[in-house]
Design a binder for this molecule. Structure first.
Ligand SMILES: NC(=O)c1ccc[n+]([C@@H]2O[C@H](COP(=O)([O-])OP(=O)(O)OC[C@H]3O[C@@H](n4cnc5c(N)ncnc54)[C@H](OP(=O)(O)O)[C@@H]3O)[C@@H](O)[C@H]2O)c1
Length: 355
């Protein structure tokens, strides 16, 4: 493995702090790189390239001993780094190949060891769904991600390094433009609604759907680092300002219609009724590929959006550190869905691409 893929800046303990960012190519990492200022940034890059001005890029894998670096490169990195912002993770909910565990738990253990060697502070990006559990059969396949993030937090807490835990809820695109590095869970649900394969939603329409724009998440993480906070836990979530599920679905349907896509408003049906009577018949009648997609969406909703519980939120506390306020939830959801829809070709004169 080649170690430096860009000319390394001379690391050193100077007035300006040096921050190691893992997961810089991801949704949160990319937003963070746009926001970080007044620090030297070193990105530990795995497979996907990271191109950003004023950052040093170092190729490494958190599942490997010393991230796969030579002893000398690892020691040099540890000598230079004052803080680690750990965003790297496997975020695919349904992985069953062991990579959720090797990356999100064992990889976090290596990050803790590195933080100790660097005598640095660890800013660990966890998730607001860290306490999620499943009740019954539905949601079981998607719980692996939440469980691995929960175990990752435990590793950090027992690691004996100064640390801060940051828990974003579902991350959507930038508040104004909707721009995002990759389309994840919520966009996939929108894809299902646009494609007309979600005639009913077996959940309570009043459940809150907690999401936050990626620029706000980046601002929160950066402010915590810039303020030199070295302990505590922060929920980067809408909390009691989260939209209701039916409001979110209505925004998606309105946008589809505005873009010329004919969709019916999905009907909300009680979960027990769906599981007992409707689900088996409805799901069995679907072609395999669509059934897989619908089941995936059900799993996502069941595990991550259900429960009716409002998430805790630290946005007021974060505002005192200089973090911007939560933009209007409807506007940011609209911006995010519009960005996705445009990327997928909806609203163009040509026929739109499905999903
Ligand atoms: N997005 C959300 O809605 C959301 C919500 C709450 C919390 N979070 C948390 O926020 C963090 C960032 O999430 P994200 O959505 O930005 O993730 P993402 O877009 O899936 O990106 C994951 C990042 O981790 C890197 N990575 C994966 N395996 C690695 C390894 N073995 N060594 C080094 N780097 C590795 C990936 O690099 P390669 O692509 O090169 O492998 C990528 O940069 C995660 O901890 C996630 O749990 C995300």
């Amino acid at each position: 493995m080649s170690e430096f893929i860009a000319e390394p800046r001379r690391f050193g303990r100077h007035a300006q702090r040096t921050v190691l960012v893992t997961g810089a190519s991801g949704v949160v990492g990319q937003a963070l790189l746009k926001r970080l200022r007044d620090v030297n940034v070193v990105c530990l890059v795995h497979r996907s390239p990271v191109v950003a001005p004023n950052v040093t890029v170092l190729r490494g894998d958190i599942t490997q001993e010393r991230f796969g670096l030579s002893d000398a490169a690892y020691a040099q990195l540890a000598h230079s780094v004052d803080a680690v912002i750990h965003c790297a993770a496997v975020t695919d909910f349904n992985r069953t190949d062991g990579t959720l565990e090797t990356t999100n738990i064992a990889g976090t253990q290596r990050i803790v060891e590195f933080t100790a060697a660097a005598n640095a502070v660890l800013y660990h990006v966890s998730t607001a769904f860290v306490h999620t559990t499943v009740d019954g059969e539905r949601g079981r396949t998607a719980i692996g991600y939440a469980s691995s993030k929960s175990a990752g937090e435990a590793v950090v807490r027992s690691g004996n390094v100064p640390h801060v835990i940051l828990r974003p809820s579902v991350v959507i695109g930038e508040s104004d433009s909707g721009e995002i590095t990759a389309f994840q869970g919520l966009h996939q649900v929108a894809a299902g609604i646009f494609a007309g394969i979600v005639p009913m939603i077996p959940f309570d329409p009043a459940w809150p759907i907690d999401f936050v724009p990626c620029d706000l998440v980046a601002d929160a993480i950066a402010c915590v680092v810039e303020n030199g906070i070295t302990e505590g836990e922060f929920w980067i979530s809408a909390g009691d300002r989260a939209l209701r599920l039916d409001d979110g679905v209505a925004i998606c349907v309105e946008l589809a219609r505005e873009l010329g896509v004919t969709v019916d408003m999905p009907r909300f049906v009680p979960p027990e009724l769906f599981d007992r009577l409707i689900g088996p018949v409805f799901l069995d009648a679907l072609p395999t590929r669509i059934r897989r997609s619908v089941v995936g969406m059900l799993e996502f909703f069941t595990t991550y959006l259900q429960s009716g519980h409002t998430k805790p939120s630290s946005l007021d506390e974060l505002a005192a550190l200089g973090v911007g306020s939560l933009p209007d939830q409807r506007d940011s959801l609209r911006a995010s869905l519009r960005y996705w829809a445009q990327a997928k070709g909806y609203g163009e004169t040509e026929p739109a691409k499905v999903a």
